[in-house]
Design a protein around this ligand. Structure first.
Ligand code: AMP
Length: 208
């Protein structure tokens, strides 16, 4: 198994775990939401429209997902192991994704929707590295980079509720489909500390 797909409700710690895998094992991360936020701040004619979709919590159209995925794959050095965070997010994306990425396993981060909601409300990110900081983090900057932390513009209560609804409606069913297809899917209990979850991740991936 070469690549890893992370699936889980928003706030389940996918990004945090991905960053730990990058630091310790040299994976490259494809963070779909961060790529789309970058796109929405650029000068593409549809940037403004995409920004509005992100802020609503709905999914952006398939053409854009195809475009950012193709761009990423095109520039990927050979033999790179990738962590895909936030893609695929529905059945049509699964099909497009599997046309270009064949050899992957899935980590499914399980977290109750109320816990996810509590984690998302009050989180802040480093806008450059996308590192996430919980509501209990006391500084207003990232001690590693010095960057001022910001609240994501789509971390409003309304957008969070919509993202959670979209997750249950169209993303979660992918896990069942993969299991039926005998894809390697590992269930991870995401309601543990960051280090405990990472231990579980290392164990199922036979790392460390
Ligand atoms: P995330 O950072 O993964 O929470 O994603 C933030 C927002 O980006 C989502 O609410 C969607 O609007 C958009 N987004 C991220 N990944 C995808 C995707 N694979 N397909 C469509 N929209 C996406």
């Amino acid at each position: 198994m070469n690549h890893i797909v992370l699936i889980g409700i928003q706030g389940s710690g996918k990004g945090t775990q991905a960053r730990k895998l990058v630091e310790k094992y040299g994976y490259v991360i494809f963070e779909t939401g961060a790529e789309l936020r970058k796109f929405s701040q650029g000068n593409h004619p549809q940037a403004g429209e995409v920004k509005m979709i992100l802020e609503s919590g709905n999914l952006v159209p398939l053409w854009l997902i195809k475009e950012i995925l193709a761009d990423f794959i095109k520039n990927l050095p050979a033999n790179t192991k990738v962590i895909f965070d936030g893609i695929p997010r529905n059945a049509e994306q699964k099909q497009v994704f599997e046309e270009v990425v064949a050899d992957f396993g899935v980590l499914y981060f399980q977290l109750d929707r109320h816990d996810a909601m509590a984690r998302l409300l009050g989180r802040r990110i480093d806008p450059t590295t996308n590192e996430t900081f919980g509501a209990d983090f006391e500084l207003d900057y990232n001690p590693k980079t010095g960057e001022k932390l910001v609240v994501r513009s789509d971390d409003t209560e309304q957008a969070i509720l919509r993202r959670i609804e979209v997750f249950y409606d169209v993303t979660l069913p992918l896990v069942e489909t993969w299991k039926q297809e005998e894809r390697k899917v590992y269930d991870i209990d995401a309601d543990l500390s960051v280090d405990e979850v990472f231990e579980e991740v290392e164990k199922v991936l036979h790392l460390g």
